[in-house]
Design a protein around this ligand. Structure first.
Ligand code: C5P
Length: 226
């Protein structure tokens, strides 16, 4: 299934504490952003890449795209205050396609087969997101006290890619903006409209580079894959 992908890359990465956009940090020999871009560049079903960027970082990102010979980038609109705004800036700029994927630029270990599975399910059923089962026992805590133990069987930690038929995500983004609704992922915006969203079991390796420990884990994944 052919698709276009939106990569929000306009965050500041404060939790990484790197003093710069964490996506520019190297994992092995390449910046995190380049690892992510290369996955989609190499997937023959990906027909276009949209990157939400900060204006002041656009020249550097452009230089990376040239250096690593990435030819599928169709646009680099200015991102926004929140991730949702960054994604929306891309959705508004792109032409309608059958399927659009949103993938955190900070998740460089996504694999092509998983991307394609998500795109297929989204095409057939409207919406599909990557996730993994919760591993630990989960508790509800208020003011430092356990209030309940949650049934782990029904708990999933969701990731990206999140894949949608384009018109579903575009409508959800527009309506969220009109209502001033801010979600933490695209699925939340689509859930508001009552659509079913299918979960596709992914891998714990599809980690988002968020804090320093994630970089250590990331280096280990790359070594093992080699
Ligand atoms: O901060 P976090 O890692 O959760 O952000 C997920 C992704 O969203 C990152 O790739 C980040 O660059 C992007 N982002 C964005 N615009 C924002 C905030 C985050 O494009 N305002």
């Amino acid at each position: 299934m052919r698709y276009e992908v939106v990569l929000p890359a306009a965050g500041s990465g404060k939790r990484m504490g790197a003093g710069q956009n964490k996506l520019f940090l190297n994992l092995a020999d390449k910046p995190i952003l380049v690892h992510t871009l290369l996955v989609f560049e190499q997937d023959e079903n990906c027909t276009g890449i949209w990157i939400a960027v900060k204006d002041e970082e656009r020249p550097f990102i452009r230089s990376l795209i040239e250096k690593y010979n990435i030819v599928k980038v169709k646009g680099m609109p200015t991102g926004g205050e929140e991730r949702q705004h960054s994604v929306h800036s891309c959705i508004k700029e792109m032409n309608a396609v059958d399927v659009v994927l949103v993938h955190d630029a900070a998740r460089p270990f996504i694999t092509i087969p998983k991307i394609n599975e998500l795109a297929e399910v989204a095409y057939e059923k409207g919406a599909a997101i990557a996730g993994v089962r919760a591993k630990d026992t989960m508790k509800v805590v208020h003011n430092g006290l356990i209030k309940a133990t949650v049934d782990r069987e029904s708990l999933w930690m969701v990731q990206t890619p999140q894949a949608f038929r384009y018109e579903i995500l575009a409508e959800a983004e527009d309506l969220a903006e009109k209502a001033g609704f801010l979600g933490t992922d695209e699925a939340m915006l689509v859930e508001r409209l009552g659509h079913d969203i299918h979960i596709v079991e992914c891998s714990y390796e599809n980690v988002k580079m968020t804090t320093q420990e994630d970089l250590v884990f990331g280096e280990a994944i790359l070594k093992q894959r080699k």
